[in-house]
Design a protein around this ligand. Sequence first.
Ligand SMILES: [Zn+2]
Length: 76
Amino acid sequence: MGVPKSKRSRMRARRTRAHLTISLPNLERCPNCGSYKLPHRACQECGYYRGEKFIKSAQEIREERAKKKEEREQKT
Ligand SMILES: [Zn+2]
């Protein structure tokens, strides 16, 4: 295994670490509802991509969850 020959100076270590930043994802506005979304992905909020509905919207998922919860509570 390779062993470092000399100590890495504080300056060298910090200079390297200066580039280890987390970059923000590239976001764009949804043309349907206006919320931020990832490019080339269906919008998580309204479920639309290029003017067509592809996935369930966040609102629909919330409503489904509430309905299921209600059903569960009625059983007991
Ligand atoms: Zn949207």
